[in-house]
Every structure is written in C-alpha cells, then in structure tokens.
Design a protein around this ligand. Structure first.
Ligand SMILES: *[C@@H]1O[C@H](CO)[C@@H](O)[C@H](O)[C@H]1NC(C)=O
Ligand SMILES: *[C@@H]1O[C@H](CO)[C@@H](O)[C@H](O)[C@H]1NC(C)=O
Ligand SMILES: *[C@@H]1O[C@H](CO)[C@@H](O)[C@H](O)[C@H]1NC(C)=O
Ligand SMILES: *[C@@H]1O[C@H](CO)[C@@H](O)[C@H](O)[C@H]1NC(C)=O
Ligand SMILES: *[C@@H]1O[C@H](CO)[C@@H](O)[C@H](O)[C@H]1NC(C)=O
Ligand SMILES: *[C@@H]1O[C@H](CO)[C@@H](O)[C@H](O)[C@H]1NC(C)=O
Length: 534
C-alpha cells in the first residue's frame, strides 16, 4: 500500500529547499476590544483583532516570528496545518515550550502537500477566549487545476461564540473546578453587533472561507435570498452541492461559493447556535455594491434542530474523486477503503468530579499537562514526564476519572480506525493535529462492529476536525504517516482545558531524518529540558 507514497515523498524532500519563503513578524499584545459593545481585554496581533490572515501556496515555507508582549507565557497553534515530520512547530503545550513574556519565537513550518482553509489560535491558558486567532489559506500551485473557476473575491469569515467575561476570569472559574455559563453572543470577524459588511459586485462569485473559531457551540451559517455551493472542507475539494445553510461545528473550516445573482439590495448573513440550550443569532450584511436598499425582513431562519437534518448534511459532503488536491492527481487515487485496518481505537468522553472539581476525560483519563513538553522529553530521553499507554485503547467499564498525562503509543505507518463514541447528551467536536483523516461513518446510537457495514469506503472527506452528535458515534480512518507527538482533543475549549485531550505518539523505532526533522535550532527549552542542548 505504501509503494506509491514513498517515491513522491522523496521528490518532495528534495524540492522543499527551493520552495518559496514567506516571512511574518507578529507582535502579540493586549488591547481594548468591544466585540459585544463592552470593553474587554483582547489579544491583538500587530494591533488587529482578529489577527491577520496567512496567505500561502502549497509547499511554501512559512516563517512566523512571534513576539510575546503579554505579561504571561504564550503559544500559537495552527489548526489543520499538518507540520509534516515536525511536531516541534505545532505550538501546543505537549510539543513546544511557551514563549516567555517579552521574548520571541520563530515558527518555521512548511505547508507541505496541503491546500485549503484553516486557522490559527492561541493554545495556552484560556487565551482563545480573548482573540489571537486568524485565518490561514493554502492556495493551489499555479499549474494544479482547481475544480471551479477562480472566484472574483475570497473572504475569510471567522465565526464563533463569545463571552463578555474576561478570559482570565473564565480561566479562574475553570481552575476552581466550576463550569462556565452559556456564552453571551456570536462574533463574525470579531464583531457581534450585526455590523460586519461584505461587499459584492452584481453577477460576481465569491469564495467564503468559514471557520468556527469559537469555544463550544456548533453554528449554522446562511445568507438571506442566496444559496451557497460547498466546494472545500479542510483541504478536500468536495462534490459541489448547493445548500441553503451550513452547520459549522467548533474547530471546523469550509469554503462555499456565493454568486451575487439577486436583485441589488443588502441581505442578512445569519449565524446562530445549534443544538444548544439557547439560540443566539448574530447577523452581518451582504452588501451589493450598487445597492440602495438596506437589509429588510427578519434574518433567514435556522433549519430544524433535529439532529437527523445535520447528520444528513454531514453524510452528503463527499470528496470529488476526479478533482485534484495539492498534487495534480485525482483525490480519489488513494484508495483508503481498500487498506486493511491494523488497529481500532475507541474513544469515549466523560464528565465528572475529581477531588470535588469538574473534569472531563477520554476513556476515563483526564489529561493534565506535564512540566516539560512531551516531545522534548521524548527527544532528550527524560524519563518520568509521561508514560506511553497511560490511556486505554477503549472505554473502560466504570465511570471513574483519573488524572494523568495521557499518551497513547502508535506505530508509524499503521492504518488506524478511531471510533469516537459519544455517550453524552451534547454535541462533540474532535480534532487531530498532524493529520487529515477520512470520516468514514457517523450515526446515532452505539457503535458496534456491525456499524462498519455502513461506512463510506469510497468518497468520504479527508479533514482534521469531525463532529460527533449527542448519543452518537463517528468513525475515522487515519494513515499514521507523520512521526511525532500529536494532540488529539475536543474543540470544546473548556473541556479541552479540563482534560478532554490526549497525545498520540506516532513512533518509528529507527530514527531517521527521512521520517522526522531534528529539533529546531531555535527551540525554546523549559521544564526538565531547560538546561539541555541539542
Ligand atoms: C509591540 O507593541 C507594543 C505595544 O504597541 C510596543 O510597545 C512594542 O514596541 C511592539 N514590539 C515590537 C517588536 O514591535
Ligand atoms: C527572535 O527573533 C530574532 C530576530 O529575528 C531571531 O534571530 C531569533 O531566532 C528569534 N528567537 C527564536 C527563539 O526564534
Ligand atoms: C442581531 O440581530 C439578531 C437578529 O435580528 C437579533 O436577535 C440580535 O439581538 C441582534 N444583536 C445585536 C447586538 O444587535
Ligand atoms: C469534480 O471535479 C471536476 C474536476 O476534475 C470538475 O470538472 C467537476 O465539475 C467536479 N464535480 C462536482 C460535482 O463537483
Ligand atoms: C487485507 O486482508 C485480507 C484478509 O486478511 C487479505 O486477503 C488482503 O490481501 C489484505 N489486503 C491488503 C491490501 O493487504
Ligand atoms: C535518546 O535515546 C536514544 C535511544 O537510546 C538514542 O538513540 C538518542 O541518541 C538519545 N537522544 C539523546 C538526545 O540523548
């Protein structure tokens, strides 16, 4: 099965040195923001909230020098950027030492063999509730065909739920072992007061790259009087289907095409919470450049809250097998459905109290960060930081929760089935760093081996974040072809903070520069690795 992969990887490795470089210098500061009309302390990047977009092309080298001018440690992570052979640059606490206050760190990463729409975000503390996020787009190289005409414009649309409460207070509440209240509103590109405008010219077609950068809520996105054509999901060109609204679960990214083919006026863009105890709605304006008529009428209603509607939409999202991806060959040339699964991992989340404090767990283990990044402990052979196998492969019988720095071992080049089993009554969203995986199945009820009969083994989408409906399951296939220490986490941020995450240590017994890059020369050292040198 790997025969055709290896030659391609060799060619890429040789080519990478000549790929273009793009340099970014980012100054991270606190500053006043007013997203819901009240003053809050926001995290700004070069004075901006949300932060600037990263524009790139497949295989570009992206060099981001981040100056941390917050009075506390800080890290950025890159949702969906695969950091091939290079988990040191992933920017989560298990891979990278925090940037101390007043210091800088230069991320050196390559958009290797990727296309699509993603985003970055601050990964430490509860910084994500203060901003510091922005869009990432990886365009196809000039000669690689894209399965739709070049759009007349290309907008990043970051949507997400938001609290008026200061992020440090939210963190304090979680540190006390309490749960957070429901968010106060929804932001569209940093504004929650119905006043973001997107200007379009009549007759033209626009690509909207929509990412849910929020903290917990699934959101529905729709535009009054317009349909949308779904074209891309986290790096996969989809079979282009026409939809009137789209569910975007927390952490997910989608591209849609919208044509300004309606009478010249202004239209509501509406975003609202899904499957939650409260319905929050925020609108933005789709403004025709020749419009003299302001928006009128109520925003378009959300679809039914029936889970089956959303499940049906999710299942209808398929890979266009004949379209090119990052390479000129069809996306369907990798026959994931014909590869034998070498291992099945079943993961179930749970909630409960530990020592009287709220925690969340995966297979009964609630993750606690170590004093030393796991990847550095691995590299320097520092024992006692983590134990491979500190989390079981399948959900235990009991409901008890224990605390540990959960690391699951996995073999390089294994082809793994992961089943996310959601026995809870809330919607979940899971993300795996370092990879894109095939979402082969999802359904309501409990997963059993017989559930495999309904897997889509032909044209499932390959992506890095998948939802799991309440009392339901989702199954993915992933080819573990990226050595490193990779965070597998819920995108429900309070749950992530309180333990619903683990690391997958994809391990090659023989260390080789072909499989993994050495520790970066500028790597920050901390914890028990503080005084070590490479
Ligand atoms: C970052 O911004 C702060 C506040 O505006 C300023 O004091 C500082 O000099 C800036 N640092 C860099 C490296 O630009
Ligand atoms: C901090 O920035 C300087 C100046 O660009 C750079 O030389 C240095 O490598 C950066 N530090 C780290 C740890 O990346
Ligand atoms: C935004 O619009 C929605 C729908 O019309 C409305 O429910 C909400 O109160 C508005 N929010 C603000 C802050 O004006
Ligand atoms: C699939 O991609 C091909 C390009 O190979 C394109 O011509 C076709 O329109 C796409 N089909 C759909 C249904 O998206
Ligand atoms: C997968 O497993 C089946 C049954 O064990 C075997 O017949 C088949 O050759 C295997 N396929 C591959 C591609 O290894
Ligand atoms: C860690 O241990 C491995 C296996 O014993 C060895 O090959 C490697 O050089 C060690 N790494 C360091 C940084 O000492």
């Amino acid at each position: 099965m790997w025969n055709f992969v290896v030659p391609i990887l060799c060619v890429m490795a040789i080519a990478s040195a000549e790929d273009p470089y793009r340099f970014f210098t980012w100054n991270v500061t606190y500053g006043d923001i007013y997203p819901l009309g009240v003053r809050q302390q926001g995290i700004l990047i070069n004075g901006q909230f949300p932060g600037p977009d990263i524009y790139s092309v497949t295989n570009d080298n992206i060099i981001v020098n981040v100056y941390n001018n917050l009075p506390e440690p800080f890290l950025l992570s890159w949702n969906g950027v695969q950091q091939r052979k290079n988990s040191y640059e992933d920017g989560v606490s298990g891979t990278t030492c925090p940037i101390p206050p007043g210091k800088n760190f230069t991320y050196v990463m390559q958009m290797k063999d990727q296309i699509g729409s993603f985003y970055y975000f601050p990964s430490l503390a509860f910084h994500k509730a203060a901003g510091g996020f922005g869009g990432i787009r990886i365009l196809s190289r000039p000669r690689i065909p894209v399965p739709f005409p070049e759009p007349d414009g290309d907008y990043t649309i970051l949507i997400g739920d938001w609290y008026k409460t200061d992020h440090k207070i939210l963190k304090y509440v979680l540190d006390q072992g309490k749960i957070l209240a429901f968010p106060d509103g929804i932001l569209i590109n940093g504004r929650g007061t119905n006043d973001t405008w997107f200007t379009v010219e009549p007759g033209k077609t626009y690509r909207l790259r929509i990412s849910n950068v929020g903290l917990r809520n699934s959101l529905n996105f729709r535009i009054q009087g317009h349909t949308m054509k779904l074209v891309e999901v986290e790096g996969t060109h989809t079979v282009q289907t026409t939809i009137s609204s789209l569910d975007v679960h927390v952490g997910q990214s989608y591209s849609v095409l919208v044509t300004a083919d309606q009478p010249a006026q202004d239209y509501h863009i509406a975003v609202s919470t899904r499957f939650a105890t409260q319905v929050l709605t925020t609108t933005a304006v789709l403004h025709y450049s020749n419009s003299r008529t302001p928006v009128s009428g109520p925003p378009p209603p959300a679809p039914t809250n029936d889970i089956q509607w959303s499940l049906n939409q999710a299942r209808s999202i398929r890979t266009n097998l004949t379209a090119s991806g990052p390479r000129p060959n069809p996306q369907g040339s990798y026959h994931y459905g014909q590869i034998n699964v070498s291992r099945t991992i079943r993961l179930a989340s749970s909630a409960g109290l530990v020592n009287g404090k709220q925690r969340y767990a995966v297979n009964g283990v609630s993750f606690i960060p170590s004093d030393t990044p796991l990847k550095l402990a691995d590299y320097y052979n520092i024992s006692g930081v983590f134990r491979v196998g500190s989390i079981p492969d399948s959900p235990p019988r009991g409901r008890g929760i224990s605390l540990d720095t959960s690391v699951m071992g996995a073999d390089y080049r294994a082809f793994v089935e992961i089943v996310f089993e959601n026995r809870e009554n809330i919607i979940q969203s899971w993300h795996l760093d370092g990879y894109a995986f095939f979402v082969v199945g999802m359904d309501q009820g409990s997963w059993t081996p017989a559930s495999r009969k309904q897997y889509n083994l032909v044209d499932a989408v390959s992506r890095s974040t998948t939802q799991v409906y309440p009392k339901s399951w989702t199954a993915i296939y992933v080819a573990l072809d990226n050595v490193g220490m990779w965070n597998l986490r819920t995108e429900y941020w309070a749950r992530q903070y309180l333990g619903q995450q683990l690391y997958l240590r994809v391990y090659a017994p023989v260390q080789s520069l072909r499989d993994e890059y050495p520790i970066p020369k500028n790597a920050l050292l901390c914890g028990r690795a503080k005084d070590l040198h490479s």
